[in-house]
Design a binder for this molecule. Structure first.
Ligand code: CP
Length: 302
């Protein structure tokens, strides 16, 4: 992993994931260190973020490193017409590692090919969000005691949701049974279903899941992403398709956990928050430990 960019979840192997999860456990036990003393991490966010940017910055601060960057590209020279190529070339001179979010699919791969320092993809359009996936794996392992042989429900926007695409690819290595629940317009893209068929894994597609919710070990809820729609009428038609309510959880498995990459809009009713099966707010804390593990692995400091 040393000096390697993390652009797609497939850039790391299954054994890399497991090493990162083990390392995250050690950061959970002892989050504060001086491991990053003298290191500078650039966070370039061309698209809004709360959790990803702040948890990366929290991770760096807890390890004694320094942060440079921007949370809004309107405060950078992009507004003067500077290209991504030039921006990455320039920022490479100022830091040891770049963390970048960008609305264009493929932009993180492009940046990693230009940069002279490793690049971590913090989300590129509807494509990939690999660090979210590692924190999701950590959350699943922590709550289920294992990653293998689980039944994973993915609910909501499976077409544009980069977190579900990355999570599907990672969980496909752990003999997962997948259930995809989405409106017709937001179905899981064919390429991901082909991958599962090729691996001989089971997946099922549904428009409704109230009758089968008792089978789930993990329900991974997602937001219908307004910013990905070119047609606002299509967004309005689909935005209330699935709202999880506490009463729906009555006969679910004891070990069930509800995950969500957040932000949520209305797809999980607030009455679910008090249910011990709701895990999404602990999931965000896991993001700090995982990002500490990713940064220190890529910088070869552990
Ligand atoms: N989960 C996630 O990517 O959240 P942010 O958009 O707030 O970073």
């Amino acid at each position: 992993m040393k000096n390697k960019s993390l652009v797609s979840i497939t850039d790391f192997s299954k054994s890399d994931y497991l090493k990162i999860l083990d390392l995250a456990e050690s950061y959970e036990r002892k989050p504060v260190s001086e491991l990053l003393t003298g290191k500078v991490i650039a966070t370039l966010f061309f698209e809004p973020s709360t959790r990803t940017r702040l948890s990366f910055e929290s991770a760096v601060n807890r390890m004694g490193g320094r942060i440079i960057g921007f949370s809004d590209s309107s405060s950078s020279s992009v507004t003067k017409g500077e290209t991504l190529y030039d921006t990455i070339n320039v920022v490479s001179n100022y830091c040891d590692l770049i963390v970048m979010r960008h609305p264009l699919e493929g932009s993180a791969r492009f940046a990693s090919e230009i940069a002279t320092v490793p690049v971590i993809n913090a989300g590129d359009g509807a494509n990939q969000h690999p660090t979210q996936t590692l924190l999701d794996l950590y959350s699943i392992k922590k709550t289920q005691g294992k990653l293998d042989d689980l039944t994973l429900f993915m609910v909501g926007d499976l077409k544009y949701g980069r977190t579900v695409h990355s999570l599907l690819m990672a969980m496909s290595q752990f003999n997962t049974t997948f259930h995809f629940i989405s409106p017709e317009e937001l179905k899981m893209p064919e390429e991901y279903k082909i991958l599962l068929r090729t691996l001989g894994l089971k997946y099922h597609e549904h428009k409704d899941y109230t009758d089968i919710i008792t089978e789930a070990d993990i329900i991974y809820m997602t937001r219908v992403q307004k910013e990905r729609f070119s047609d606002p009428i299509e967004y309005e038609r689909t935005k209330n398709a699935y709202v999880l309510k506490n009463k729906m959880l009555t006969h679910t498995k004891e070990n069930l956990k509800i995950l969500h990459p957040l932000p949520r809009v209305n797809e999980i009713d607030q009455d679910v928050d008090v249910n011990p099966k709701a895990y999404y707010f602990t999931q965000v804390l896991n993001g700090v430990y995982i990002r500490q593990a990713i940064i220190s692995s890529i910088l070869g400091l552990c």
